[in-house]
Design a protein around this ligand. Structure first.
Ligand code: SAH
Length: 355
């Protein structure tokens, strides 16, 4: 039998439809039920005549962790290459639901404070692996009577290091014949790769962007973000000017608060000076401690509040991110890394045995 056809392969589906003389309406219904309504696999396949010839998923659910504190769930998936990635479902009290997706396994940016960066080299996810996180999370939420409202590329990986697949995925997410998700409800978060940020704004002007700035002082930023050397603050600032011109909506500035690293009043002054004239929304992020960076300590609540006050007084929209799933975060963020290490070791032994 020929290879099953991926649900996102529009041409492949056309061919299958013609070969088997399937009514185009049935193909449309299959896609709509699955990608817009997130009906279960069994339901959609039962209504499709060639169900054995289609492939709905490219990821396998490995484990699900539900927060005991709030409405967050972490979904661990196994990729086609056998590695683990995670997506996070955030059921926010107001009823809005956000899904945070991964774009890579591991991350080459290797930021000091980030568990993914400590995993070692990155492997790109394919567009269908990115999309399947949305599909499977969407199905889980649909079974609870919920819908994904916001989609954020804030999971594992640097989206702009996997730029083509990111764009293919955004294209499919926003296409009316596929997911039909509003581009204005998608956000791409980046360590800061100026040319790619501008390309993304040109290609998807409605898609929101977030820059993980974390410091507006070149020297301090370089200490925690190795790529800061390659893409200096001045270049990032020029990129935001250009994006503001294209998008006419604020760019989100993410600022992780680290005690003694970037949280002094002078750091706030440097940030205020750097932001001058930009259309931005500042999001202060409480640091989630990771095993591999014992030297980094979170700024306490009063410090974060004082920093936020200073920014607000200077006229910048500032919010302090309320963190969900603190219990599963620590557990699973580290878990993916450990489990991937075991998988890699397992692969290595299998190879060794074959020799
Ligand atoms: N590579 C992209 C997206 C992934 S990280 C980026 O750099 O933006 C998503 C956000 O989580 C980024 O702002 C990142 O800096 C932040 N982050 C990483 N590790 C963190 C930690 N231990 N605690 C809190 N936020 C963290």
């Amino acid at each position: 039998m020929s290879q099953p056809i991926s649900i996102y392969d529009l041409q492949g589906f056309d061919q299958l439809r013609r070969e088997l003389r399937i009514d185009p309406q049935q193909v449309r219904q299959l896609r709509n039920r699955l990608l817009k309504h997130f009906d279960s696999d069994a339901d959609v396949l039962a209504k499709f005549p060639a169900s054995d010839q289609v492939r709905l998923h490219s990821l396998e659910v490995y484990r699900r962790c539900d927060s005991e504190l709030d409405g967050a769930s972490k979904l661990l998936f196994r990729t086609q290459a056998g590695m683990l990635i995670e997506s996070v479902v955030l059921r926010i009290a107001t009823g809005r639901t956000t899904l945070c997706v991964s774009s890579q396994v591991g991350c080459a940016a290797a930021c000091e404070f980030c568990a993914t960066g400590k995993m070692g080299v990155a492997q790109d996810l394919s567009a269908s692996e990115i999309l399947d996180q949305v599909l499977q999370a969407g199905q889980l939420l649909a079974s609870e009577g919920r819908k994904i409202r916001n989609l954020v590329f804030m999971g594992m990986g640097e989206p702009f290091h996997n730029e083509e697949n990111l764009y293919l995925a955004i294209g499919a997410l926003t296409a009316s014949e596929l997911f039909h998700h509003s581009p204005a409800k998608i956000l791409v978060s980046t360590v800061g790769i100026p040319d790619a940020m501008i390309r993304c704004a040109r290609r998807f002007p409605e898609v929101n962007q977030a820059l993980s700035l974390h410091s507006a002082r070149q020297e301090s930023r370089e200490k925690i973000i190795p790529l800061a050397k390659k893409y200096p603050l001045e270049q990032l600032r020029r990129a935001i000017v250009e994006i503001n011109r294209i998008q006419q909506k604020p760019v989100m500035i993410e600022y992780l608060m680290l005690a003694g690293v970037n949280d002094a009043s002078e750091d706030a002054d440097a940030l205020i000076a750097w932001l001058q004239g930009l259309d931005v929304h500042v999001n202060l992020i409480p640091y989630n401690p990771i095993e591999d960076a014992p030297q980094l300590v979170a700024t306490e609540r009063p410090g974060r509040d004082a920093f936020a006050r200073q920014l607000k007084q200077a006229g910048y929209k500032t919010t302090i991110r309320y963190s969900l799933g603190a219990d599963i975060d620590a557990a699973c963020g580290q878990l993916v890394k450990k489990e991937n290490r075991t998988i890699q070791r397992h692969h290595a032994t299998t190879l060794f045995k074959q020799k």
